[in-house]
Write a protein that binds this ligand. Structure first.
Ligand code: DGY
Length: 354
């Protein structure tokens, strides 16, 4: 009996290994004849040119987001697709026969727009582009934090509307940032880049909320304290900056009930994903001064902006600029291409997420 189980186990292992081997050979065959790569949005020219060296590239010349039907067409007709946050690769998009696509090398670190179980069901590898955008995304979070605290958006609007009547001691008084307490939700690479700027640059105390335990080494580095609930973090922080993934697990992680626990004068910053905040609850909290000010780079259902946010004066909004520097947008493309190349060369891509 034991022998038979062992024999059937080793036969299965052999079949799985054989399948992996066959897949590798198939990928290498595609590599020899230049894989067909569809890039769903325009990239910096230098990276598009580089892509053409190794891939048979099709660009979305119009540079507008794809419909579900267009995405399905791409899934059926290309060996590889490089999507972005504007592409909705929901379960519905994958619900088709004869998918040719073998890898989705996402251009971006966040991949909550891709339904991973569906990709896995079709044996499609998924990669992202971490590391290369951490600094610039943290820089945008800093920009928003300083703008919201020092009322920079309001100030510029006043000046451009010719409503500024000159300096006076009580004009547009904001909130001091230096030496205050920053709560960080999500302590991956971007959260850590934010902690570094705020702790070492602005002398801020760092609080952290993260579902997994942050190592003692990291806590020591930033002299930080980890909290076990969002409520506790909100109640003990002057500023809170979001750096967690989006998707269903974190939808409305910030909501009316935990905003009610916020420390008076809280300033909230979001450069993660729009759905992490219940925007109606935030607008209400801003209106009632439960939250003093906020800075948002991302929006639920962007590029549409919830009208309740539009009229809030103590809110600074940017059009998803986190990674928008020449250097970073190029690096993101290079990283997506490296992942795609590695895959077709029969290797495991560096940034494989599924
Ligand atoms: C990212 O990399 O996730 C940015 O938000 C753009 O998608």
């Amino acid at each position: 009996m034991v022998c038979r189980v062992a024999a059937s186990k080793s036969a299965r292992t052999f079949r799985v290994n054989d399948q992996i081997f066959q897949n590798r050979i198939a990928r290498k065959k595609i590599w020899m004849s230049k894989p067909k790569l569809f890039i769903t949005r325009r990239w910096p020219r230098s990276v598009e040119e580089l892509a053409k060296e190794d891939f048979d590239v099709t660009l979305n010349e119009m540079d507008i987001p794809l419909s579900v039907e267009e995405m399905r067409h791409a899934l059926k007709n290309y060996d590889a697709i490089s999507p972005t946050v504007t592409d909705i690769l929901s379960a519905q998009a994958f619900d088709i026969e004869n998918i040719s696509c073998k890898i989705l090398c996402n251009y971006g670190v966040g991949y909550s727009h891709i339904d991973l179980p569906s990709a896995q069901k079709h044996e499609i590898c998924v990669t992202n582009t971490p590391d290369v955008l951490s600094d610039c995304t943290a820089d945008i979070a800093m920009t928003l934090m300083l703008m919201a605290a020092r009322r920079a958006g309001e100030g510029e609007r006043e000046l451009r509307a010719n409503k500024w009547h000159g300096w006076r001691p009580t004009h547009m008084i904001g909130t001091k940032v230096t030496a205050k307490t920053l709560g960080i939700i999500g302590f991956g690479r971007i959260g850590q880049a934010m902690a570094s700027r705020c702790h070492f640059g602005f002398g801020m105390k760092i609080n952290i909320y993260s579902r997994s335990k942050v190592s003692d080494e990291l806590l020591k580095k930033y002299n930080a304290k980890q909290f076990s609930t969002v409520e506790a973090l909100l109640s003990k922080s002057d500023f809170v900056s979001l750096h967690c993934p989006g998707g269903t697990n974190n939808r409305h992680l910030i909501n009316a009930s935990n905003l009610a626990e916020a420390r008076p004068g809280l300033i909230l910053i979001n450069t993660a994903r729009g759905e992490v905040i219940d925007e109606a609850a935030l607008a209400n909290a801003l209106e009632n001064n439960v939250v003093k000010a906020a800075g948002l780079d991302v929006f639920d259902g962007e590029p549409k902006i919830n009208p309740v946010l539009m009229s809030a004066p103590n809110l600074v909004m940017l059009p998803h600029l986190g990674s928008a520097t020449k250097e970073t947008r190029e690096e993101m493309g290079f990283r997506a291409l490296e992942n795609c190349k590695a895959f077709f060369q029969g290797e495991t891509p560096l940034d494989k997420v599924a």
